[in-house]
Write a protein that binds this ligand. Structure first.
Ligand SMILES: [Zn+2]
Length: 253
């Protein structure tokens, strides 16, 4: 095995929405991976592979961007059922301190977020975060979800602050970062590395291949589909020649 597919999720909730998957399809995907004997990597195990201190094995890294409250309500119980570790990239400034929501919670449609008077209710609370912390790793997606295009002092401040803040919350080193909107630039990338981030995730399509650049990790966007989808994606992205060919063809279209 030379590849670790990195799966990218956003919302997991019953109602159809942008970048969203239903709990039913999510469970089908996770249970299929479990049946296929994929190891569910924690972020530390994944970074050990990057650093060459652990051997690569058949597995996936499950990631969620943004830390929407639906991850706690609908995704977490499924992850727990299959003992599947996952990593959530959070934006601490948008998270409420208190509150433990259940499936009676009605998430606002994604498109309406910009109009909400208080967006924080749509995100995992610090209390919910603590409850998930045995299985879930929390890593940085900046403090406020700002676009990292302008190489401003604000970007640098958030890169630094989110790392310290998350380390304080989790009592573990924060080693990974995902660019909000996928927007990135060289100067901030160098700053991230200088701050001690060891794995930087993009929204570019592809798989992590052993020895590929850990500061430019590609991911696979997960669709609202079930068993056949995950099976075909895993076949594609764990067969090196196929995934290279697929990336090549995608780049051409
Ligand atoms: Zn995001």
């Amino acid at each position: 095995m030379k590849n670790i597919p990195v799966l990218m999720y956003h919302h997991v909730k019953p109602n159809k929405d942008m970048v969203s998957i239903t709990p039913k399809n999510f469970e089908e995907q996770i249970s299929t991976l479990n049946k296929m004997k994929f190891h569910f990597y924690s972020i530390d195990e994944f970074i050990d592979v990057i650093n060459g201190t652990a051997k690569i094995k058949k597995g996936v890294l499950i990631t969620f961007d943004d830390g929407f409250v639906d991850n706690w309500i609908w995704a977490y119980p499924i992850l727990k059922k299959y003992n599947a570790k996952a990593t959530i990239f959070i934006t601490p400034k948008r998270m409420p301190k208190h509150g433990i929501r259940d499936d009676s919670f009605k998430p606002a449609p994604h498109r309406s977020f910009a109009r909400l008077p208080d967006i924080s209710q749509e995100f995992i609370s610090l209390e919910e975060m603590q409850l998930m912390s045995e299985l879930i790793d929390f890593q940085s997606h900046t403090m406020t979800h700002l676009r990292c295009t302008q190489q401003t002092n604000q970007t640098k401040a958030e890169i630094k602050e989110s790392k310290l803040y998350i380390e304080q919350l989790t009592n573990k080193p924060c080693k990974a970062f995902a660019w909000p909107y996928g927007d990135n630039n060289q100067e901030d990338l160098q700053y991230l590395a200088k701050q001690g981030y060891q794995a930087i995730f993009t929204i570019k399509t592809g798989t992590y291949r052993y020895n590929s650049n850990p500061l430019d990790i590609k991911r696979i966007e997960m669709k609202d589909k079930g068993k056949n989808f995950i099976k075909s994606r895993m076949f594609l992205y764990t067969t090196p020649i196929l995934s290279q060919l697929y990336a090549f063809i995608k780049g051409k279209i």
